[in-house]
Each structure stands twice: as structure tokens, then as C-alpha cells.
Design a protein around this ligand. Structure first.
Ligand SMILES: [Zn+2]
Length: 314
């Protein structure tokens, strides 16, 4: 997962495009290191710093998706939105007209993502708050009608021109899916959840007696209101949650049986000079779920087992 790449900063200065080229180098290095068995890239929000983009967000969408499209063609990606992707223009305070090409709104940004053949992103259901709300089934033991091995849920945690919140109707939608999925497949399928902004329970993960690993050098700035996403995630069979947003954290901590993990600051845009990398999640053939952070220089840090092989059948 690529978190917080923040393309598009300083676009009128030399350092801006140079910084974006560095972010592209991170993507290429990580994808090359992890290519064996790699099935999906998650763009974990704040792909662009929309508040610094003068005229054309979609040009940066073309740029940050280019490593996957050009060098790893056929590898799908799934995008969720962060708090900077649709941010109103701020760089010099001058008023701008918002159009699709300048400061697209959340649904326009996702529609733009869907232009690409390898995008697995979905435009969230109409009538549900915000935009990047969807799920992707992974694997089905060879039976396309059978239950998947894993479900990946994606939720939009707002920000930018929207409040930073997972709205109650999004939480209710997630809860409703659980009922639908149990009816369809006859059992609860284990699953992972991806958002950009942490839920408030992340502050407990830091001191988890049940398990903790990784880097915790930054503040944890969760959504202000707890609208119940953690409680529903726990009841929905979600075994781990992955977020970005706080660039100096890449830790995973276990809270009430759910792993709460940060990705890793992947881009040279955005605050902080912590070394860049990318959190990887592996679904093993034994059913175990393991994770680590692959650094730009090839190092592996912040690794641990989230679900053991013996627990995988549960
Ligand atoms: Zn960020």
C-alpha cells in the first residue's frame, strides 16, 4: 500500500517535480522488491496535495499511477481518498474556479481513477456519504460462486472539503454488508479494512499488551468523532485495519482482537523526513496473514504476523 505520496507540491518550483520523481522512484523500488506474488496495490489516500495543485489534478493522477501502469502493467490497484486529495487551493490564496480539471471533487477524482484499465477502484454507492466506499473479494478456492478467502473493505474517512469523519450511514452500510455476505456465502468471511484517517481506537494500540510492533514517532490524529466504525469492524470479522495520515507512524497494535496498523509514508511529499517505504500484507497459502514494511532501499522493517495459520480457519 502506498500511503501519503502527496504529489503536486511546489509545482512552480524546481523542488516540486523533483520530489514527485523521488516518490515515483519509491513506488518502482517497492514494486520491484515485492513483485513475486503481488496481487493488488492499495493507494491509501493523500496521493496528491490538492491544496497546492493550480490547475490539473488529473495530470497528477496520471503521474502517480504511472509506475504501476507503465512498469507493472496488469497489476490492479484500488484507491481510497485522503484528506488532501480534494483540498481547496491554498498555495497563494488566489481564488480559483473549481472544475474537473482544477480541484475535482471526491467522486470526480474516483471517476478519473476508473479511466484506467487496471484500476480496481469502485465509485462508492450513490446515497452513501463521501465516495471511496466499496469492497473487493480476494480468492475463492477456485469456485467463483463460493465464498472468497478474504474481503477487502475500503472506507472514505473524509477531509479536504468534507469533514474528517466516517459518517454513520457509511458505518451502517458496512454493517449491512456483513448481513448480506453471511446470507450469500453462509458464513462470515474474514476481512481487512482500509481507510486514510485512523479511528480513535488507534490511541489504544500504542500501548497494547496483546501485541505491538513498528515505529511510533508521530502523533496519532484520529477522526474526532467515534461513529462506531471500530465496533462494527470488530463484529464484521475484520482482522486488521490499515490507515495512513500520520507520517511518522508505521506500527501495528492489537486492540480487542483487531490489529490496528499504519501504512508507511511512501512519498517525498507531505511533512516529515522519516525514511520512505510501503506496508505489505501477505495472505499465505497456509491462511496466515503477515505484514512488513518494505523500505525504498530494500530493507524490511515493522514486520509481524497478524493471523497465524492455526487461527486462519476460525
Ligand atoms: Zn498525508
Amino acid at each position: 500500500m502506498f500511503a501519503d505520496m502527496h504529489y503536486g507540491e511546489g509545482e512552480a518550483e524546481a523542488w516540486g517535480p523533483a520530489q514527485d520523481a523521488n516518490s515515483t522512484r519509491v513506488q518502482n523500488a517497492v514494486l520491484q522488491s515485492e513483485l513475486n506474488g503481488l496481487g493488488l496495490v492499495v493507494m491509501l489516500g493523500d496521493m496528491i496535495t490538492g491544496n497546492n495543485v493550480h490547475s490539473n489534478s488529473s495530470a497528477y493522477w496520471d503521474e502517480f499511477t504511472l509506475p504501476v501502469r507503465a512498469n507493472f502493467s496488469g497489476l490492479p490497484w484500488a484507491t481510497i481518498l485522503g484528506n488532501h486529495d480534494d483540498y481547496p487551493f491554498q498555495a497563494d490564496g488566489s481564488p480559483r474556479q473549481y472544475t474537473v480539471e482544477t480541484q475535482a471533487d471526491r467522486r470526480e477524482l474516483l471517476a478519473n481513477d476508473l479511466r484506467f484499465a487496471d484500476s480496481a477502484t469502485q465509485l462508492g454507492p450513490a446515497g452513501i456519504s463521501l465516495a471511496s466506499n466499496y469492497f473487493l473479494p480476494v480468492g475463492s478456492h477456485g469456485d467463483p460462486q463460493g465464498p472468497p478467502e478474504l474481503l477487502l473493505y475500503f472506507l472514505d474517512s473524509g477531509g479536504g472539503r468534507a469533514p474528517e469523519v466516517v459518517y454513520p450511514d457509511q458505518v451502517a452500510w458496512l454493517e449491512g454488508l456483513r448481513t448480506q455476505h453471511i446470507a450469500k456465502w453462509g458464513k462470515s468471511v474474514r476481512s481487512l479494512l482500509f481507510m486514510h484517517i485512523p479511528c480513535p481506537q488507534y490511541t489504544k494500540a500504542l500501548h497494547s499488551p496483546q501485541g505491538f510492533f513498528g515505529m511510533a514517532l508521530d502523533n496519532i490524529t484520529p477522526t474526532a468523532n467515534d461513529t462506531g466504525v471500530f465496533a462494527v469492524a470488530k463484529d464484521t470479522g475484520i482482522q486488521a485495519v490499515f490507515v495512513g495520515h500520520d507520517h511518522g507512524n508505521d506500527f501495528c497494535g492489537s486492540v480487542e482482537g483487531v490489529w490496528l496498523c499504519f501504512g508507511r509514508h511512501s512519498g517525498y511529499g507531505g511533512y516529515g523526513s522519516w525514511r520512505r517505504g510501503s506496508r505489505v500484507v501477505e495472505l499465505g497459502s497456509d491462511g496466515a496473514i503477515r505484514t512488513w514494511v518494505r523500505m525504498e532501499d530494500g530493507d524490511v522493517v515493522s514486520s509481524g504476523e497478524l493471523v497465524g495459520a492455526r487461527d486462519a480457519q476460525g
